[in-house]
Design a protein around this ligand. Sequence first.
Ligand SMILES: *Cc1c(COP(=O)(O)O)cnc(C)c1O
Length: 394
Amino acid sequence: MSGAVRIPQFDATRDEGAFKEALKAKAGEVIESGVFILGPEVACFEEEVARYLQVKHALAVSSGTDALVMALMALGIGPGDEVIVPTYTFFATAGSVARLGATPVFVDSSPCCFNVSVEAVQAALTPRTRAIIPVHLFGQAADLEPLLKLAQERGIAVIEDAAQAIGATYQGKPVGGHGTMGCFSFYPTKTLGGFGEGGLVTTHDDALAARLRILRNHGMEKTYEHVLVGGNFRMHALQGALLRLRLPRLPDLIEKRRRHAAHYRRLFLDSGLAADPVSRCVCGQGVDAALPDVPLLLPFTCNDPHTFNQFTLRVRGGRRDDLRAYLAARGIGTAVYYPRPLHQQPCFQGIPSANSSLPRAEAMAAEALSLPMFAELREDEVDQVARAVVEFFK
Ligand SMILES: *Cc1c(COP(=O)(O)O)cnc(C)c1O
């Protein structure tokens, strides 16, 4: 059997021809304009994406990671401060906190979806807590309402890490507009994939928006007058110009992902190998129901519809890595998001919460397998992937 990849986990080259031509023409325009950093294209993108996200301010920045760093900087978070983060997320969620000298406090996941447990967040609050960073992991909104309530009672901030969830909603309203600030990424694998690095910070707060704008450009208010220590967090003009072309397509791109997910779901349920981990969302309740005794747990949709930046199964019985190798041998790409929760990362040893046992996230790290998922994936490819998974268990 050839090891060549026939169905990649992600493919950034499959845009339709006419759209690719529009991108090339726009890139040519930007090159001719001589404006390469921020400029009118980025300003227009900010306006358009703010409208789409229903937020007052949207600031285009250099990456999703920088968006998080800037959000924390705008709040003045630093040494002695604690910020509560899920342990089961991409590194940047906690790395941004540690880089500013503050302490990430790692908490466990919900029993039903891959998002943070509200109960665990509540238990981790201390007088030093300055912010909570819920992550809308894999394109599914975290259970924000109880988190916003906890934060409001204590006068602390909620920074939504919406890097994987542009276009997702919570209680019908786009994510990124519920908390104090929202952070997005345009890394190519994200649902609104960019053309290189890029990110966005959103807020309804005028004062925070003004601070973020200054921080983005080395804390400079007037030319060479630095009122804050910021950084170079500016977006490239080319990025803004090309994202402007892709943004109107986003609802359709999300719809396609949802269709693929529904198709996977149907095929796995029909196979008898899979079930939802729970019958209803228990995010805020912290109750660990017994997981169904099946080889595959499906991604569970809590609250609002999932946008499936990733379609992530839980492969039970210690067979995840074998299934992954089996699929790879058949030319099917998969990814493991994430093999090691953050509280177990070498760089965080020594942080108090790194010594805790966070069993749900540890189980997820051992079981998670993300199947091929991108808008341009074809239905027959979804069939082939699901068939290969089912064959593995025969
Ligand atoms: C991708 C990602 C980031 C960082 O975004 P970059 O643009 O890659 O810097 C932050 N948090 C989460 C959850 C992500 O998935």
